[in-house]
Design a protein around this ligand. Structure first.
Ligand SMILES: Cc1cc2nc3c(=O)[nH]c(=O)nc-3n(C[C@H](O)[C@H](O)[C@H](O)COP(=O)(O)OP(=O)(O)OC[C@H]3O[C@@H](n4cnc5c(N)ncnc54)[C@H](O)[C@@H]3O)c2cc1C
Ligand code: SF4
Length: 328
């Protein structure tokens, strides 16, 4: 057994001070990090517990909702302002994991959870460029049912597993970061990175930097939003494909729309092309199908996950149909 030191941060400054240094890692609810330590994928020397930092959900003067990074997933899903103003976020969180895990999991930890690629988790037996850069990728030619159809690279075909992050991408959420040298704010859609030739670099988070909050801007369309997750089992299963969408109609035309997809790429996939195809046009089955075609035009499925392309198109169209009030 490898000994690991455990420290508890009193506040953000304390977390930044204690968390600095090689082998020091922040600990949220531990539902992912501790799992990966047991599997021999992660090897921290020092864990700095940030789960006791303030669990805030506060409305800012401009109407934004600011959620502290240590806030538990279950608290966010149940919050009245989240449920009424951003229902897709509540639904996305509740579509993930189990009640017990959501009670432990934090917002920061959820955004930074690692891929569920089986070969990544198999530290003893599989080659993985994300775990050991340059070693190869045993998922290629292997079991690819859960792997990416968009934005993958020769080095890595993993997907990002978070349901919550898909809703945050559609909601134009912003991630507040802090380091010893200051603070900055990054759009959620820019926070996670596609693999390219460095699949081990998953986000824009710099060494020594931490997530302090997630901001949801006011939205005139998010109140009419939803999240649909297609998976192999009704619970306790990661998404094969998921869609978060918000729609505002002006008569029978689409005044504005936001769409993001999960289970298809190494990051929550904001469907900018589908949105552009829909904005200002009719809210019709034909328009939804065309938008889905546009978004999936560059899909590059693998042997074993070809089914995801038609599944993603149909799920996207079905969610838009549901939101526009037509029969699904
Ligand atoms: C059985 C099971 C089923 C699951 N099913 C689903 C599912 O269907 N959908 C889904 O979306 N998720 C699912 N999950 C994943 C779950 O949502 C994540 O494990 C959880 O959200 C991680 O949050 P945490 O606070 O426990 O993170 P931790 O495990 O504590 O940390 C994860 C990472 O975040 C870092 N970190 C934590 N806080 C901060 C911070 N403030 N700043 C910077 N870095 C930080 C840690 O250093 C670590 O690298 C499942 C998990 C399990 C175990
Ligand atoms: S797909 Fe990515 S995470 Fe999975 S084995 Fe290949 S390199 Fe590793």
């Amino acid at each position: 057994m490898t000994p690991v030191a455990y420290l508890r941060a009193a506040d953000t400054a304390d977390a930044l001070r204690l968390g600095a240094g090689d082998g020091h890692r922040l600990l949220g609810g531990g539902t992912n990090l501790v799992d990966l330590m047991r599997k021999g994928v992660e090897h921290p020397d020092v864990l700095v517990d940030v789960s006791g930092l303030p669990a805030l959900i506060e409305e800012a003067a401009d109407g934004s909702l600011v959620i502290g990074a240590a806030t538990r997933n279950s608290a966010v899903a149940a919050h009245p302002l989240v449920r009424t103003r951003y229902p897709m976020l509540s639904r996305a969180i509740l579509a993930g994991a189990s009640t017990q895990i959501r009670n432990m999991a934090t917002m920061g930890g959820n955004l930074l959870q690692r891929t569920r690629c089986l070969y990544f988790a198999d530290a003893a037996g599989s080659r993985c460029n994300k775990r050991a850069p340059g070693s190869g990728c045993d998922a290629r030619g292997g079991f690819t049912r859960y792997h990416a159809i968009l934005g993958a690279s020769p080095a890595c075909i993993a997907t990002h597993p978070s349901d919550m992050a898909v809703a945050l991408a559609a909601l134009d959420a912003r991630v507040h970061l802090a380091s010893a040298t200051g603070t900055r704010v990054v759009a959620l859609t820019d926070f996670h990175q596609l693999p390219g030739d460095r699949p081990d670099v998953e986000t824009v988070l710099a060494p020594g930097e931490m997530i302090v909050a997630i901001e949801l801007p006011p939205s005139d369309l998010a109140a009419r939003s939803t999240y649909r997750k297609v998976r192999d089992r009704a619970s306790y299963a990661f998404a094969l494909v998921s869609v978060a969408a918000a729609l505002r109609l002006d008569g029978d035309r689409i005044a504005d729309v936001r769409i993001a997809m999960g289970g298809v790429a190494a990051k929550p996939w904001r469907a900018f092309q589908a949105e552009a195809a829909l904005r200002g046009g009719p809210a019709s089955a034909e328009a939804f199908a065309r938008a889905a075609e546009a978004e999936l035009a560059d899909a590059a499925p693998l042997r074993g996950n070809e089914f995801k392309v038609p599944l993603a198109k149909r799920t996207l169209a079905a969610v838009l149909t549901e939101l526009s009030g037509e029969l699904a």
